[in-house]
Design a protein around this ligand. Structure first.
Ligand SMILES: CC(C)(COP(=O)(O)OP(=O)(O)OC[C@H]1O[C@@H](n2cnc3c(N)ncnc32)[C@H](O)[C@@H]1OP(=O)(O)O)[C@@H](O)C(=O)NCCC(=O)NCCS
Length: 181
Protein backbone atom coordinates (compact mmCIF):
# COMPACT_ATOMS: atom_id res chain seq x y z
CA UNK A 1 0.00 0.00 0.00
CA UNK A 2 2.69 2.45 0.99
CA UNK A 3 4.67 1.98 -2.19
CA UNK A 4 1.57 2.41 -4.36
CA UNK A 5 0.72 5.61 -2.55
CA UNK A 6 4.15 7.13 -2.98
CA UNK A 7 4.56 6.24 -6.65
CA UNK A 8 1.09 7.41 -7.57
CA UNK A 9 1.39 10.57 -5.53
CA UNK A 10 4.49 11.46 -7.48
CA UNK A 11 2.60 10.95 -10.70
CA UNK A 12 -0.38 13.07 -9.79
CA UNK A 13 1.53 15.85 -8.08
CA UNK A 14 4.34 16.88 -10.40
CA UNK A 15 6.35 19.98 -9.64
CA UNK A 16 4.86 22.70 -11.81
CA UNK A 17 6.25 26.17 -11.98
CA UNK A 18 4.15 29.07 -13.05
CA UNK A 19 5.05 32.59 -13.78
CA UNK A 20 5.72 34.51 -10.58
CA UNK A 21 3.22 37.28 -9.97
CA UNK A 22 3.00 40.15 -7.56
CA UNK A 23 1.18 38.20 -4.93
CA UNK A 24 0.44 41.16 -2.71
CA UNK A 25 -2.04 42.56 -5.22
CA UNK A 26 -4.03 39.37 -5.59
CA UNK A 27 -7.28 39.09 -3.66
CA UNK A 28 -7.74 35.48 -4.63
CA UNK A 29 -5.13 33.14 -6.06
CA UNK A 30 -6.02 31.30 -9.27
CA UNK A 31 -6.53 27.62 -8.55
CA UNK A 32 -3.92 26.70 -11.16
CA UNK A 33 -1.27 28.70 -9.26
CA UNK A 34 -1.53 26.29 -6.32
CA UNK A 35 0.40 23.03 -6.57
CA UNK A 36 1.23 20.24 -4.16
CA UNK A 37 4.87 19.18 -4.28
CA UNK A 38 5.78 15.92 -2.58
CA UNK A 39 8.31 16.70 0.15
CA UNK A 40 11.58 14.79 -0.08
CA UNK A 41 13.84 14.21 2.92
CA UNK A 42 15.71 17.42 2.19
CA UNK A 43 12.44 19.39 2.19
CA UNK A 44 11.52 18.32 5.72
CA UNK A 45 13.19 21.41 7.21
CA UNK A 46 10.73 23.56 5.23
CA UNK A 47 7.88 21.43 6.58
CA UNK A 48 9.21 21.82 10.16
CA UNK A 49 9.50 25.57 9.71
CA UNK A 50 5.97 26.00 8.33
CA UNK A 51 4.35 23.78 10.95
CA UNK A 52 6.15 25.22 13.94
CA UNK A 53 5.51 28.80 12.81
CA UNK A 54 1.76 28.10 12.70
CA UNK A 55 1.29 26.18 15.93
CA UNK A 56 -1.46 27.90 17.85
CA UNK A 57 -4.61 27.19 19.76
CA UNK A 58 -6.41 25.91 16.65
CA UNK A 59 -3.58 24.01 15.01
CA UNK A 60 -1.06 21.69 16.60
CA UNK A 61 0.74 20.61 13.42
CA UNK A 62 2.81 17.47 13.77
CA UNK A 63 2.80 16.41 17.40
CA UNK A 64 6.55 15.93 17.37
CA UNK A 65 9.44 14.82 15.15
CA UNK A 66 8.46 11.13 15.43
CA UNK A 67 4.94 11.98 14.29
CA UNK A 68 6.28 13.83 11.23
CA UNK A 69 8.68 10.99 10.37
CA UNK A 70 5.84 8.50 10.65
CA UNK A 71 3.63 10.46 8.23
CA UNK A 72 6.63 10.86 5.90
CA UNK A 73 7.34 7.13 6.03
CA UNK A 74 3.82 5.78 5.65
CA UNK A 75 2.18 8.53 3.67
CA UNK A 76 3.04 11.67 1.76
CA UNK A 77 3.78 15.16 2.99
CA UNK A 78 3.21 17.91 0.45
CA UNK A 79 4.54 21.42 0.42
CA UNK A 80 1.81 23.71 -0.90
CA UNK A 81 3.30 26.08 -3.45
CA UNK A 82 1.82 29.26 -4.83
CA UNK A 83 3.43 30.31 -8.09
CA UNK A 84 6.22 27.91 -7.10
CA UNK A 85 6.82 29.50 -3.68
CA UNK A 86 6.45 27.72 -0.33
CA UNK A 87 3.03 28.61 1.07
CA UNK A 88 2.03 25.77 3.39
CA UNK A 89 1.77 22.06 4.06
CA UNK A 90 -0.78 19.27 3.85
CA UNK A 91 -0.33 15.52 4.19
CA UNK A 92 -2.06 12.19 4.11
CA UNK A 93 -1.38 8.67 5.24
CA UNK A 94 -3.44 5.48 5.26
CA UNK A 95 -5.43 5.48 8.49
CA UNK A 96 -4.17 3.13 11.19
CA UNK A 97 -5.95 -0.19 10.83
CA UNK A 98 -7.82 0.89 7.69
CA UNK A 99 -5.76 1.03 4.50
CA UNK A 100 -8.80 2.12 2.50
CA UNK A 101 -9.12 5.40 4.36
CA UNK A 102 -6.79 8.33 3.73
CA UNK A 103 -6.20 10.37 6.85
CA UNK A 104 -5.64 13.99 5.85
CA UNK A 105 -3.47 16.07 8.17
CA UNK A 106 -1.37 19.17 8.65
CA UNK A 107 -3.23 21.72 6.56
CA UNK A 108 -1.33 24.90 7.31
CA UNK A 109 -1.01 28.05 5.21
CA UNK A 110 1.62 30.70 5.93
CA UNK A 111 -0.01 33.97 7.10
CA UNK A 112 0.81 36.00 3.99
CA UNK A 113 -1.02 33.46 1.82
CA UNK A 114 -4.08 33.05 4.04
CA UNK A 115 -7.57 34.18 3.07
CA UNK A 116 -7.01 33.96 -0.70
CA UNK A 117 -8.26 30.49 -1.52
CA UNK A 118 -4.97 28.62 -1.08
CA UNK A 119 -6.25 26.33 1.70
CA UNK A 120 -9.37 25.58 -0.34
CA UNK A 121 -7.30 24.75 -3.43
CA UNK A 122 -4.97 22.52 -1.38
CA UNK A 123 -7.91 20.56 0.07
CA UNK A 124 -9.36 20.14 -3.43
CA UNK A 125 -6.03 18.86 -4.72
CA UNK A 126 -5.38 16.39 -1.91
CA UNK A 127 -8.97 15.17 -2.13
CA UNK A 128 -8.55 14.48 -5.84
CA UNK A 129 -5.14 12.87 -5.23
CA UNK A 130 -6.33 10.37 -2.63
CA UNK A 131 -9.44 9.63 -4.68
CA UNK A 132 -7.30 8.90 -7.73
CA UNK A 133 -5.11 6.66 -5.60
CA UNK A 134 -8.16 4.51 -4.92
CA UNK A 135 -8.91 5.31 -1.29
CA UNK A 136 -12.56 4.68 -0.44
CA UNK A 137 -12.80 7.35 2.21
CA UNK A 138 -11.00 10.52 3.26
CA UNK A 139 -10.94 11.51 6.91
CA UNK A 140 -9.60 14.31 9.03
CA UNK A 141 -9.63 15.69 12.56
CA UNK A 142 -10.07 19.32 13.38
CA UNK A 143 -10.47 21.39 16.50
CA UNK A 144 -14.15 22.24 17.11
CA UNK A 145 -13.38 25.97 17.23
CA UNK A 146 -11.65 25.98 13.84
CA UNK A 147 -14.71 27.13 11.86
CA UNK A 148 -12.66 28.28 8.89
CA UNK A 149 -11.10 24.91 8.22
CA UNK A 150 -14.42 23.13 8.85
CA UNK A 151 -15.97 25.45 6.25
CA UNK A 152 -13.26 24.50 3.72
CA UNK A 153 -13.76 20.76 4.21
CA UNK A 154 -17.57 21.05 4.19
CA UNK A 155 -17.38 22.88 0.83
CA UNK A 156 -15.70 19.73 -0.51
CA UNK A 157 -18.45 17.49 0.87
CA UNK A 158 -16.95 16.35 4.19
CA UNK A 159 -19.30 15.79 7.13
CA UNK A 160 -18.74 15.72 10.85
CA UNK A 161 -19.21 12.10 11.93
CA UNK A 162 -18.08 12.20 15.56
CA UNK A 163 -15.47 13.35 18.04
CA UNK A 164 -12.43 11.82 19.67
CA UNK A 165 -9.25 12.56 21.53
CA UNK A 166 -6.89 10.43 19.47
CA UNK A 167 -3.84 12.68 19.90
CA UNK A 168 -3.87 12.05 23.64
CA UNK A 169 -3.49 15.72 24.53
CA UNK A 170 -6.85 16.01 26.28
CA UNK A 171 -8.34 18.08 23.44
CA UNK A 172 -11.32 16.69 21.60
CA UNK A 173 -11.28 16.90 17.79
CA UNK A 174 -14.19 16.69 15.38
CA UNK A 175 -13.84 13.75 13.01
CA UNK A 176 -14.73 14.69 9.45
CA UNK A 177 -15.19 12.19 6.63
CA UNK A 178 -16.13 11.91 3.00
CA UNK A 179 -16.85 8.75 1.05
CA UNK A 180 -14.90 8.90 -2.23
CA UNK A 181 -16.60 6.05 -4.07
C1 LIG B 1 -7.25 27.60 8.32
C2 LIG B 1 -6.37 27.79 7.09
C3 LIG B 1 -5.81 26.44 6.68
C4 LIG B 1 -7.24 28.33 5.96
O1 LIG B 1 -6.48 28.51 4.78
P1 LIG B 1 -6.73 29.76 3.83
O2 LIG B 1 -5.90 29.63 2.63
O3 LIG B 1 -6.59 31.00 4.63
O4 LIG B 1 -8.28 29.52 3.48
P2 LIG B 1 -9.10 29.98 2.18
O5 LIG B 1 -8.76 31.37 1.84
O6 LIG B 1 -8.98 28.95 1.12
O7 LIG B 1 -10.60 29.84 2.70
C5 LIG B 1 -11.03 30.35 3.91
C6 LIG B 1 -12.54 30.16 3.93
O8 LIG B 1 -12.98 30.24 5.27
C7 LIG B 1 -14.04 31.20 5.34
N1 LIG B 1 -13.99 31.70 6.69
C8 LIG B 1 -13.18 32.65 7.21
N2 LIG B 1 -13.43 32.80 8.53
C9 LIG B 1 -14.43 31.96 8.84
C10 LIG B 1 -15.15 31.65 10.04
N3 LIG B 1 -14.89 32.27 11.18
N4 LIG B 1 -16.11 30.70 9.99
C11 LIG B 1 -16.41 30.06 8.83
N5 LIG B 1 -15.76 30.31 7.65
C12 LIG B 1 -14.80 31.24 7.67
C13 LIG B 1 -13.73 32.17 4.24
O9 LIG B 1 -14.88 32.92 3.87
C14 LIG B 1 -13.27 31.23 3.13
O10 LIG B 1 -14.35 30.57 2.54
P3 LIG B 1 -14.92 31.00 1.07
O11 LIG B 1 -13.76 30.94 0.12
O12 LIG B 1 -15.96 29.96 0.79
O13 LIG B 1 -15.47 32.38 1.25
C15 LIG B 1 -5.21 28.79 7.36
O14 LIG B 1 -5.75 30.00 7.80
C16 LIG B 1 -4.20 28.29 8.37
O15 LIG B 1 -3.23 27.66 8.01
N6 LIG B 1 -4.42 28.57 9.67
C17 LIG B 1 -3.49 28.16 10.72
C18 LIG B 1 -3.34 26.65 10.81
C19 LIG B 1 -4.66 25.92 10.95
O16 LIG B 1 -5.55 26.35 11.66
N7 LIG B 1 -4.74 24.78 10.27
C20 LIG B 1 -5.88 23.90 10.32
C21 LIG B 1 -5.51 22.66 11.01
S1 LIG B 1 -6.76 21.43 10.87
Amino acid sequence: MTERVIVAALKVAPVRTTEAQDFATLRRVETTAVTLDKASEKDLDIVRMINSSLKNEKHTGFIDEDDMQEVYRWGTIFIIKVYGKNAGTISFRPDRGDDNTALLRNLAILPRYQGRGVGTAAVNLIHDTVKELGFEKAKGRIRPENDEVLHIYKKKGFEVVGKDNCFGDGVERLIIEKRLR
